[in-house]
Design a protein around this ligand. Structure first.
Ligand SMILES: [Zn+2]
Length: 248
């Protein structure tokens, strides 16, 4: 697959994700409506909508009201472009298409949870259906994947249920279902462990630098998503490496 084309498609995907985040949060039904500046409401032209390039050319400001545009926009575009590019380099075309879908859905959930502390149910539902479709197509180990998904779901659902939502948000269990289905066993466990390690390190760092306290709400979805991707890409290698250490 042409890697430049994939990169450009990823940039465009990231741009669409940015627009969708805001529209979903504001409850706008018109997903395909023309984009507008979120500050002044001016409709954006073609030259305002080129991923990354428009942001740089305009010095990170709206062409019409000169208010600052969040760095989230070019960052999400670039991450989507580079992510798809990397996947295309490492996987055959059919597997790439499946993973590209999962990647863009996880980028969407990542940003949404980070910004609004909410896991968007629609995106998780879409991801679950997409993961199931891929499992069927690639003749994946269906039973193991379903069991992994059930395990992840209960792992998050129990504390949520017992604490009535105080320790854990309800969205994490649904996200766990989607990721568990996609990763299967034992990657699901590796992803979960990595999410906890990363979450703890970043949480402590934020407290240390006085950017957060123990009572601050921290979204867990982004950590789960990073953990899942690290497990998917390098989980097998990490397991072999770990076994070698144990056997030494
Ligand atoms: Zn504006």
């Amino acid at each position: 697959m042409n890697s430049v084309l994939v990169f450009v498609l990823g940039l465009a995907g990231g741009s669409f994700i940015n627009a969708l985040e805001w529209r979903l949060y504001r409850g706008k039904k018109t997903v395909w409506d023309r984009s507008q500046c979120i500050r002044c409401g001016h409709k954006l032209g073609v030259w305002d909508l080129i991923p990354v390039a428009s942001f740089l050319a305009l010095g990170g400001r709206c062409r019409y009201c000169r208010k600052k545009i969040s760095w989230q926009y070019p960052a999400v575009e670039l991450a989507s472009g580079l992510g798809l590019y990397y996947l295309a380099l490492n996987f055959p075309p059919d597997l790439f298409i499946w993973l590209a879908g999962i990647f863009l859905i996880t980028v969407f959930i990542f940003v949404y949870d980070l910004k609004y502390l909410l896991i968007p149910h629609g995106a998780v539902f879409l991801g679950t259906v997409w993961a199931l479709a891929g499992l069927r197509y690639f003749d994946g180990d269906f039973l193991t994947s379903v069991l992994s998904a059930a395990l992840m779901f209960s792992f998050f659902f129990l504390p949520y249920y017992l604490s009535k939502g105080k320790w854990m948000g309800g969205g994490d269990s649904k996200l766990g279902l989607f990721l568990g289905l996609w990763l299967g066993w034992p990657l699901v466990l590796e992803g979960l462990l990595m999410a906890y390690v990363l979450g703890t390190v970043i949480g402590l760092a934020l407290i240390f630098f006085k950017r957060a306290t123990l009572k601050s709400k921290m979204p867990f979805g982004p950590f789960l998503i990073i953990g899942a991707w690290v497990a998917y890409m390098w989980g097998e290698t990490i397991l072999v490496w770990y076994e070698n250490i144990l056997l030494m």
